[in-house]
Design a protein around this ligand. Structure first.
Ligand code: ADP
Ligand code: ZN
Length: 434
């Protein structure tokens, strides 16, 4: 179902015409109001009037997370303080937090994108939506909250934490949809099992999961255990929050990115050159309508590709493929590039293991070491040591064969790896900082 059928199915020509108008307006606004951008434009000798086509975007400079940090907290704001009605900050997963501000119109647009996203997942005004993302500076909670409200659904603002109680709320209030991180969805399921509540038996039908990388294998696992459709939602506080892009229930294959608000590009993260559709690189987003803190060519560090092939759901907006992780998540282990999700894919399909894992990297005698710790399920633990050792050896061999790195695999007792209520910590890197 569509929330705004006209905009969601706008023909590409019209979409591009709208994007160009909004891009030109954006350039004029940041040039007039943000000294950082005016200086950048002047340095390369262009003015907003030089932007005559969407292709001219390429002549503009990138904006990086570091630029936001350098201008901490409000240096890149484009609207007068009295028009800013809310601030949020990134979770600071990769360093000092970045601060963003929203005008009332920004919040309206965010709710619009969110409502479209929830509708794309098959959620309707009749549904009860349980929001277990944290409410606070993190955009997850309030983002999902206003999205569901805009759609006309009933919000259950549970926020993060108090996991046992969340499961009881899911049962008692009969939520049809759940918003949280994919790792927390599994944690909720596990907490349910412990107190004799099987989430599969509840009215829950849809999960809207994001804020951290996850794999197709993990989706299958969640769908089987919880008995729901698990859909992928993408967003980041710098650009807006959750609802920048969403999978449609029809295809569950790539996330439609709302192109009337966001202009995407894919670049080679090393050279900064634009890459053609279909190639994997770093996602760069220009916010076309934002007033509080508009961003020109923001480098997200998230790795994905663009898919312009038509989608049978009728939405004309480009799809970004499942994120391959952040460029700064990539581990370099003795010269070999490894993404945590590659390891995740190998673990999840093992029936004797749980999806709880952690990757520990260290340096011993100047050599990088990689250890994969993963929890066994109850059945395996009761088994003989020999079987456990055999599974460890098999996983070690697979990792060596498919990823080309030597890893130590340690199977751990159930419930020994710390659960997260928000973004899971998949990597612990103990190597000294260069
Ligand atoms: P932080 O950068 O501090 O984690 P945010 O809370 O704004 O700040 O998180 C945004 C980031 O979360 C994105 O840039 C991306 O790396 C990750 N993320 C969000 N949604 C997804 C998703 N569906 N799949 C993978 N990663 C995601
Ligand atoms: Zn679609």
């Amino acid at each position: 179902m569509h929330y705004n059928v006209k905009m969601e199915t706008l023909p590409r020509e019209d979409l591009e015409a709208l994007q160009l108008r909004r891009l030109q307006d954006l350039c004029s606004r940041v040039y007039a109001n943000v000294p950082f951008y005016r200086k950048r434009f002047n340095e390369i000798g262009i003015t907003p009037a030089d932007i005559k086509s969407l292709a001219d975007l390429k002549s503009l400079p990138f904006t990086e997370k570091q630029d936001m940090r350098n201008n901490y907290p409000y240096g890149l704001f484009c609207a007068p303080k009295e028009n800013i009605v809310r601030v949020h900050a990134s979770s600071g997963t990769t360093g000092k937090a970045t601060v963003v501000g929203y005008t009332q119109r920004d919040l309206d647009n965010w709710a619009e994108c969110g409502a479209r996203s929830m509708a794309a997942c098959g959620i309707t005004a009749r549904d009860f939506v349980h929001v277990a993302y944290g409410y606070g500076l993190f955009t997850g909670g309030l983002g999902a909250h206003y999205a569901a409200e805009r759609l006309g659904a009933t919000v259950i603002p549970a926020s993060g934490g108090a996991t046992r109680r969340q499961v009881q709320l899911l049962r008692d209030f009969g939520a049809n949809a759940l918003c949280c991180t994919p790792s927390y969805a599994l944690h909720l399921w596990e907490a349910g099992q412990e107190q004799g509540i099987n989430i599969k038996d509840l009215p829950l039908r849809v999960g809207v999961f994001g804020a951290e990388p996850w794999t197709e294998e993990m989706r299958r696992d969640i769908e089987n255990k919880l008995g729901i459709d698990a859909l992928n939602i993408y967003g980041l506080s710098e650009v807006m929050g959750p609802g920048v892009a969403i999978e449609c229930a029809e295809n569950k294959s790539g996330m439609h990115l709302w192109e009337d608000y966001f202009l995407p590009e894919i670049i080679d993260p090393i050279t900064g050159e634009n890459l053609p559709a279909g190639e994997v690189g770093e996602l760069v987003i220009t916010t076309l309508t934002k007033e509080g803190i508009p961003l020109l060519r923001y480098r997200t560090r998230d790795l994905t590709s663009l898919d312009y092939t038509p989608c049978s759901c009728g939405r004309t907006h480009v799809r970004i493929t499942r994120l391959r992780g952040r460029s700064d998540d990539m581990l370099i282990i003795r010269g070999v590039n490894v993404f945590p999700q590659q390891i995740e894919s190998m673990l999840i399909d093992e029936p004797a293991l749980t999806p709880n894992y952690q990757i520990v990297v260290d340096r011993v005698n100047n050599l990088d070491t990689l250890e994969v710790q993963v929890e066994m399920n109850e059945n395996l633990i009761a088994d003989e040591v020999r079987k456990i050792q055999a599974l460890e050896a098999r996983l070690r061999k697979n990792i060596k064969e498919f990823l080309g790195v030597t890893a130590k695999v340690s199977l751990k007792s159930p419930r020994t790896i710390t659960r997260s209520e928000g973004k899971a910590t998949r990597v612990v890197d103990n190597r000294p900082k260069e």
